[in-house]
Design a binder for this molecule. Structure first.
Ligand SMILES: C[S@@+](CC[C@H](N)C(=O)[O-])C[C@H]1O[C@@H](n2cnc3c(N)ncnc32)[C@H](O)[C@@H]1O
Ligand SMILES: Nc1nc2[nH]cc(C(=O)O)c2c(=O)[nH]1
Ligand code: SF4
Ligand SMILES: [Mg+2]
Length: 205
């Protein structure tokens, strides 16, 4: 049988820049294509090359981090993803995923970070993840409060974050903090925290 082949934008080693695991040395495997098209997306997910399982693993072996972050584009839409995940698992890697949360996450994944998109709120009415380790919502509008409340109901998570939206090098941090204050003023509701894309502040990948 021929080797499985994957759409790869890039494979690189850096620190996780976002969320609870910020600062953790990680190998990022970034896949091409997405089932959404957020206009502020910071990733050129349409520009990818095809790589075989062997080529991907050879590059992963070049790095020292044992935490793999599967991202994209959207990793959950990748054909034959489970073959790659099984291989990574059998070699002892811890596998985290960054996903928009519209598709099921394979069972081999050890840590789920999901970032539901207000721009596509209707899609989350139909089907989305019901649980995750962390939810990270990008503040791309001052009007995101009710979407956060909807997502709290739909996705049970250990941690909830708001993330400033970065556009042309600017981050709307003050608007994000204002919204955090509003969310956290509600009694008996999940606590929301700030997640900044720290890698952009540091000037690293
Ligand atoms: C490029 S996405 C890929 C994974 C998946 N498609 C998703 O959206 O979660 C990785 C992370 O970057 C975030 N992101 C992308 N563009 C951003 C921007 N301009 N500002 C802030 N966060 C951004 C996404 O919300 C997501 O948390
Ligand atoms: N340093 C760093 N941390 C990240 N966390 C999630 C990222 C992503 O693009 O999925 C990302 C990224 O692109 N770089
Ligand atoms: S879902 Fe993720 S990869 Fe897809 S366009 Fe939105 S931010 Fe970019
Ligand atoms: Mg990124």
């Amino acid at each position: 049988m021929s080797e499985p082949i994957f759409r790869i934008v890039e494979i690189f080693e850096t620190l996780q820049g976002e969320g609870y695991n910020t600062g953790m040395p990680s190998v990022f495997i970034r896949f091409g294509k997405c089932n959404l098209a957020c206009h502020w997306c910071d990733t050129n997910y349409q520009q990818f090359e095809m790589m075989t399982l062997t080529q991907i693993m050879d590059q992963v072996y070049d790095y020292s981090a044992k935490n793999i972050i599967i991202t994209g584009g959207e990793p959950t839409i990748q054909p034959q993803l489970e073959i790659l995940l099984n291989r990574l698992k059998s070699e002892g890697y811890f596998i985290a995923i960054e996903t928009n949360g519209l598709r099921a996450v394979p069972e081999q994944i050890d840590y789920i970070a999901t970032s539901p998109k207000r721009l596509y709120a209707n899609a989350y009415d139909k089907t989305c993840l019901s649980a995750a380790d962390e939810v990270r919502i990008v503040v791309d509008s001052d009007d995101i409060f009710s979407f956060c409340e909807i997502i709290e109901q739909k996705i049970r998570a250990k941690r909830y974050y708001l993330s400033p939206c970065e556009q042309n090098g600017e981050m709307n941090i003050l608007a994000t903090i204002t919204l955090l204050g509003k969310l956290n003023a509600r009694p008996n509701q999940p606590h929301w925290q700030l997640s900044i894309q720290t890698h952009k502040l540091c000037g690293i990948d």
